[in-house]
Design a protein around this ligand. Structure first.
Ligand SMILES: Nc1nc2c(c(=O)[nH]1)N[C@H]1C(S)=C(S)[C@@H](COP(=O)(O)OP(=O)(O)OC[C@H]3O[C@@H](n4cnc5c(=O)[nH]c(N)nc54)[C@H](O)[C@@H]3O)O[C@H]1N2
Ligand SMILES: Nc1nc2c(c(=O)[nH]1)N[C@H]1C(S)=C(S)[C@@H](COP(=O)(O)OP(=O)(O)OC[C@H]3O[C@@H](n4cnc5c(=O)[nH]c(N)nc54)[C@H](O)[C@@H]3O)O[C@H]1N2
Ligand code: SF4
Ligand SMILES: [Mo]
Length: 736
């Protein structure tokens, strides 16, 4: 028996685990929370076992498979990689780069080496037909941060450990365990606020698990947060309560925001939002008089019709209250791997509208087309149509609106290659599936979540087992494909990656005394992604600066088996601004222009029933449903309906309802509850395991459910960011 300390790779919280394993028999004997983990202190949720169950799942793919006459055959890596490279090259050479479409899924964000090699992979493909789970997730926040701070990946995170008034909008951290707010044991963290004498307020169309432990819950009609937040800003301006504090010197655009907010009063928005003027005024006042308040918005605010405006307004409200970049407010984490300043300051040019979708002429954002348009872009039959699709750890057929049509369109493509270890509703259509090592077989570093954590930290996770003979890591699969398509050797690309990073570090004035070669060879003790990580850590804000003296290097981070605490979040503005003029313009034109769309929509904000989603502690989007332990028990893919609506529509608890939207319909079990507000129904996503060709028999048989994404109007988007509107979609419900 061997004890291994590592973090859980399944959600953002990244809790510390102690695993008891037998490396000889490759068996996991137990997984427990690590009481000494400096972040999670022993806490784990039911999904802490997930990566073990996935590892043992007999239906997880271990070797590449190829579809031959409709049946899957295991083949050797060499055959798989060379055949795929040859076919992709032919398509690209004959039809251009955009003939190969790509979809990039969520689990990639939980894997350090995949993340650092993604750039290599996407640059090689360089396709305009690039789709990702980000466009059903955080892209409105990316856009508002890019416009405000000049960097789409710099997020203000609620400093809940020092806050005394936490307003949670469109997030349910008790279940999701926090997102863009990595904080293990969200329940404890929120209870701590209350124990310190503070207050937790939840604003959500459903009285969620988080609302149940909060001091106050306010129902809000889906998709109307932008009106609500504008009216909040209106109060601050009208009552002269603006406090910009030390940011006053760098902020522009205050008058524009004031003029915009003027049109939205607590009174004229009350019917739209369902929140009375009295309630909003009381909240605005309580917030303004608290010592360390913060407002936080997450996926419910992003994946709605006015996601960019709502996400932007969250930061605006914090800023107007003097809470942006202040302890206990919304602060910017600093990653231990943050690269040193470049030779000339980075100036951001907004990465948007550099090309358009083929069918609707819709602007790209972040080099990507809206995920909701994936089906019609794949089905498009013009000269430069898509001919191949590569999916990387994703399941768009269930995760993206119009998923059923993605299947229909994908069936007509010449080639589909999936980098995944399950035959899911999307990868079942592939010609080849290339499974990477499982999470137990590769090391990891919590790379993305250092930038979303409520306290700075560094954490390395060793591989628990050696990979099975011949197995490849995801980054190796990506590199092999890039190499073969370009007639190169994978080893040369790995060297290029290391040299490129060393060169980037050496170009920083901070390392003017070192050459790229010196930097690279200083990290020679490590290889592959570990070498890159060592370079970043050593060059980073806590690094030893390649001196072998004080400060971090990879070995020190590896030795800290309970994780390293790097202290509370620190004020970082204006230093981190990457806007052209190094100023913080709170009234970016793109957002200001979108306000007229918001005004127009006011008249129809309340018509008809609206659909929202919900998450359950034992789900992780669509991909843990083949695990018996996570799907047994009663059906949880039910339609939550308020008793008022149930009466009106003749629906009974436990009975069935017919749900119609986007030209499709489905029958679902009804769950009548006053936890959902009248006029709103809720259906979780990630279900709809109804296609017979998947290799996930437990999901198919035990909890197939229905896919809400088949029923969501995929033509409606948050226009500035191109993000899907999966919350607040119009829906028809009747008795079945
Ligand atoms: N209606 C509605 N739709 C939503 C949402 C919603 O709230 N409502 N939420 C959206 C959000 S936030 C997200 S992030 C997306 C998720 O959307 P996706 O990322 O498309 O979907 P997942 O279900 O996460 O699928 C992940 C896939 O990755 C594979 N996988 C997992 N780990 C690994 C690994 O280590 N290696 C390899 N090779 N494969 C791996 C799994 O087998 C699975 O097939 O869904 C979005 N869709
Ligand atoms: N157990 C579990 N944990 C997960 C996941 C999972 O699938 N299962 N997925 C992970 C991923 S990929 C992500 S991105 C995060 C997401 O993390 P969260 O954002 O915390 O996710 P949700 O639980 O979907 O919370 C969204 C909330 O928004 C509310 N809402 C919907 N529409 C509106 C609206 O218009 N206005 C307001 N104010 N609220 C609204 C919903 O009722 C819901 O309570 O969770 C992560 N953690
Ligand atoms: S909360 Fe997230 S990171 Fe923690 S044990 Fe559960 S799934 Fe793993
Ligand atoms: Mo997500």
């Amino acid at each position: 028996m061997t004890l291994v300390h590592r973090s859980c790779p399944t959600c953002e919280a990244s809790c510390g685990l102690i695993m008891d394993v037998d490396p000889d028999t490759r068996q996991v004997l137990s997984i427990k929370g690590d009481p000494d983990d400096q972040r999670s202190k022993g806490y784990v949720c039911a999904k802490s076992q997930a990566f073990h169950y996935v590892y043992e799942d007999p239906e997880r793919l271990r070797r590449p498979v190829k579809k031959v006459n409709g049946a899957w055959q295991e083949i050797e890596w060499e055959q798989a990689l060379s055949e795929i490279a040859e076919k992709l090259s032919a398509i690209r050479n004959n039809h251009g780069k955009d003939a190969i479409a790509m979809y990039y899924g969520n689990p990639n964000g939980h894997n350090f080496s995949t993340m650092v090699y993604t750039q290599l992979f996407t640059q090689m493909l360089n396709t305009e037909r690039f789709f990702s789970a980000g466009a059903v997730d955080q892209q409105p926040k990316n856009l508002s941060c890019e416009l405000l701070y000049g960097n789409a990946w710099v997020f203000p995170i609620p400093d809940i450990q020092r806050s005394d008034f936490f307003v949670c909008m469109g997030g349910n951290p008790l279940v999701s365990q926090g997102s863009l707010m990595s904080a293990p044991n969200a329940e404890q963290q929120l209870n701590d606020i209350r124990e310190r004498g503070g207050k937790v307020v939840v604003i959500d169309p459903r009285r969620t698990e988080t609302a149940n432990i909060a001091d106050q819950h306010i129902f809000i009609k889906p998709g109307t947060d932008a009106y609500f937040l504008f009216a909040w800003a209106n109060i601050l301006f009208a009552e002269n309560k603006i406090k910009l504090g030390r940011l006053a010197d760098v902020v522009d655009g205050l008058e524009t925001v004031k003029a915009l907010a003027k049109q939205f009063t607590p009174e004229n928005t009350a019917d739209i939002t369902g929140v009375s003027a009295t309630q909003l005024r009381a909240l605005a006042n309580d917030f303004a008089s608290a010592k360390a308040p913060v407002v936080y918005g997450r996926i419910g605010l992003c994946t709605q019709e006015f996601g960019t405006i709502a996400s932007w307004l969250v930061d605006v409200i914090n800023l107007l209250n003097g809470r942006l970049d202040e302890p206990g407010g919304a602060m910017f984490p600093q990653a231990a791997t943050e690269l040193p300043p470049p030779p000339t300051p980075v100036v951001n040019e907004l990465g948007r509208d550099r090309f358009k979708t083929r069918v609707r002429n819709f602007p790209e954002y972040m080099g990507m087309m809206p995920a909701s348009f994936m089906a019609e872009e794949l089905a498009y039959d013009g000269d430069d149509k898509a001919r191949a699709l590569i999916t990387v750890a994703g399941n768009p057929v269930l995760s993206v609106p119009n998923g059923e049509a993605i299947r229909e369109a994908a069936e007509k493509l010449e080639l589909i290659v999936a980098l995944d270890f399950y035959i899911n509703e999307t990868t079942s259509l592939a010609d080849y599936i290339l499974p990477s090592t499982s999470q137990l077989e590769h090391s990891n570093y919590d790379f993305l979540f250092q930038t979303t954590a409520v306290r700075n930290f560094a954490r390395y996770s060793p591989a628990v087992f050696e990979p099975e003979a011949g197995a490849l890591h995801q980054y190796e699969i990506m590199t092999e494909l890039v190499a073969r398509i370009n007639g190169m050797q994978a080893a040369d690309l790995h060297t290029m990656m290391a040299e490129g990073l060393a060169g980037q570090i050496a170009s920083s004035p901070r390392f003017a005394h070192l050459t790229a070669e010196q930097i690279k060879s200083a990290c020679d003790a490590h290889s592959g992604p570990d070498k890159l990580l060592d370079m970043m850590l050593r060059a980073g804000p806590h690094g030893d600066q390649f001196t072998d003296g004080e400060g971090l290097n990879l070995n020190k981070v590896k030795a800290a088996e309970h994780g390293l605490d790097l202290g509370p979040l620190k004020p970082r503005l204006p230093d981190i601004l990457q806007t052209k003029d190094k100023r913080l313009n709170i009234a970016p034109a793109l957002i200001v222009d979108d306000v007229s769309r918001l005004q127009k929509a006011a008249a129809t904000a309340n018509d008809g029933l609206r659909l929202i989603g919900r998450r359950h502690i034992r789900d992780m989007n669509s991909w843990l449903h083949n695990i018996n332990q996570y799907v047994r028990g009663k059906n949880r893919c039910t339609l939550l309906v308020n008793p008022e609506d149930a009466n009106r529509l003749g629906l009974k608890d436990g009975g069935n309802a017919k749900v119609k939207g986007a030209g499709r319909e489905a029958t679902v079990e009804v769950s009548v509850s006053d936890s959902i507000m009248p006029g709103v129904v809720s259906l979780p996503h990630g279900f709809g395991h109804r296609y017979k060709d998947t290799g996930q028999s437990t999901a198919r048989e035990k909890l197939p459910g229905v896919s809400c994404n088949d029923l969501i109007d995929w033509t409606v988007l948050d226009e500035p960011s191109g993000t899907s509107v999966v919350n607040g979609a119009k829906i028809e419900v009747s008795a079945a």
